[in-house]
Design a protein around this ligand. Structure first.
Ligand code: F6P
Ligand code: MG
Length: 435
């Protein structure tokens, strides 16, 4: 069903795709230029300085290419297998920055930038977004403190261990923790609930959680809960995979979500999937996890940092990378292009996909009707046996799973110009059982 819907292109008028390509990409590359310039200014006259100056010049040219709507050219080979795939996808016709599939063009942009560093001598592992990621985490200190305190109250030192809660309370805690992970992907965290267990049990607490759910335009939380709760006693091995999105506050929220899933017994171990090189500005690379733990210690959350470390040491949590995540393929292609990874996801108790880009890749960035079922937008993944839970705040053109046309119309009225698909204040908790 609906396999023929096109993916959004950067030439599609009035789309987020077009706006991003025209105005955000040049600014994004300017941000990279500023970063390497700062790094260069910290160096004495060395070959490394000459090299970073040359990278700076190439970034400047890249920015001009985007503004001038140049043709996307073949990527040079840095020895990684993904280059051939990028170049092969270029063969669909003449693509330019402002006339290409958005998903492809954006992935290609980050891969082009990575090439500048991977083919250098002194800057191979350089993270051009490190400064930005780290300073954003430092600036979110208040939110980090609130979340750490909240998590300690509910999960680490609760009045009653999460594993022993009755069904109704356990469901409410699951709802709160899932929403924390969801809204961790938003820029605006004002929708976070912050309630005690007693408050959660009270009518007022439930009302607060329900209120924050008003902006969730497709919400399959109860289906996921049913599945996790009923399999908790029937399946001994309940490994969960979380495909991460951003570093900083979101990573912190995701790690705590993973810890909650283990402590509650809903899962028995967790793999956190990160990227192998800097990607979409703030996506997690493994080093971001080290910085998060250091940061927690530096602001006085030593025991929480130690607790997280212990999960890793015991093998209950681990961070992994796979080159598939940084290809331009949509996840519809995972079966053919990354069969081993796919197999692991098939074997997983539940796969959780964070954020907007993962959602775009799950849905092939397709311009589906907003009422299309989530499962059908997943293409072959919809019936592949992979259980998929997407936790995504809406920041692009695609959004499916809305219950009716009437609901779409009312969202369009409340948030004109498709604001609800793009503003990061609306979200989806979409689930497919893979069958
Ligand atoms: O808003 C545009 C954008 O840069 C998209 O390219 C991308 O889908 C998204 O933001 C990144 O968001 P997230 O970190 O939630 O994947
Ligand atoms: Mg991201």
């Amino acid at each position: 069903q609906n396999t023929a819907v096109p993916s959004v292109w950067t030439s599609d008028r009035g789309t987020m795709a077009q706006e991003t390509a025209k105005s955000r990409w040049p600014k994004l590359v300017q941000g990279m230029i500023d970063d390497v310039c700062t790094t260069g200014a910290e160096l004495g006259p060395t070959p490394a300085l000459d090299e970073i100056k040359s990278i700076q010049g190439k970034l400047q040219k890249l920015k001009e290419e985007i503004i001038g709507d140049a043709e996307l050219r073949q990527l040079e080979n840095d020895g990684s297998a993904d280059i051939a795939a990028y170049n092969q996808m270029l063969e669909i016709g003449r693509l330019t920055w402002l006339h290409c599939p958005w998903l492809y063009g954006e992935c290609y942009l980050y891969r082009r930038v990575q090439l500048l560093f991977s083919t250098s001598t002194s800057w191979k592992g350089y993270d051009v977004f490190k400064r930005q990621k780290e300073s954003t985490l430092v600036m979110s200190q208040k939110a980090v403190e609130e979340l750490a305190t909240r998590f300690t109250q509910v999960v680490i030192n609760p009045a009653q261990p999460v594993k022993t809660l009755d069904d109704e309370l356990a469901r409410l805690v699951f709802a709160e923790m899932t929403e924390l992970a969801l809204w961790g992907n938003a820029t605006d965290l004002s929708l976070l609930t912050n309630l005690s267990l007693d408050e959660i049990q009270s009518l007022q607490g439930k009302a607060a959680i329900e209120k924050s759910q008003q902006n969730i335009v497709d919400n399959d939380m109860s289906e996921v809960w049913q599945y996790l709760r009923t399999t908790q006693s029937s399946k001994p091995k309940r490994h969960i995979d979380i495909v991460l999105d951003n570093a900083g506050f979101e990573l912190f929220a995701d790690v705590l979500y993973a810890a909650y899933l283990i402590e509650s017994g809903l899962g028995t171990s967790i793999t956190l999937h990160a990227k192998c090189f800097p990607w979409f500005v703030s996506d997690v690379v493994p080093k971001d996890m080290d910085f998060l733990l250091e940061h927690l210690r530096s602001i006085g959350f030593n025991s929480l940092a130690t607790q997280i470390k212990i999960y890793f040491e015991l093998g209950l949590m681990r961070v992994e990378v796979d080159p598939f995540w940084t290809t331009a393929y949509s996840f519809h292609d995972i079966i053919r292009k990354a069969p081993e990874l796919f197999q692991r996801l098939q074997d997983s108790h539940l796969t959780i996909w964070k954020g907007d880009l993962n959602y775009r890749k799950l849905t092939r960035d397709g311009l589906w009707p907003h009422t299309a079922p989530f499962k059908s937008s997943l293409g072959p993944l919809g019936r592949s046996g992979v259980r998929i839970l997407a936790l995504r705040t809406n920041k692009s053109d695609t959004c499916v799973g809305v219950e009716s046309e009437k609901k779409v119309e009312s969202l369009n009225r409340e948030a004109p110009e498709k604001g609800w698909v793009r503003d990061g204040k609306h979200a989806v908790i979409s689930y497919s059982d893979g069958c």
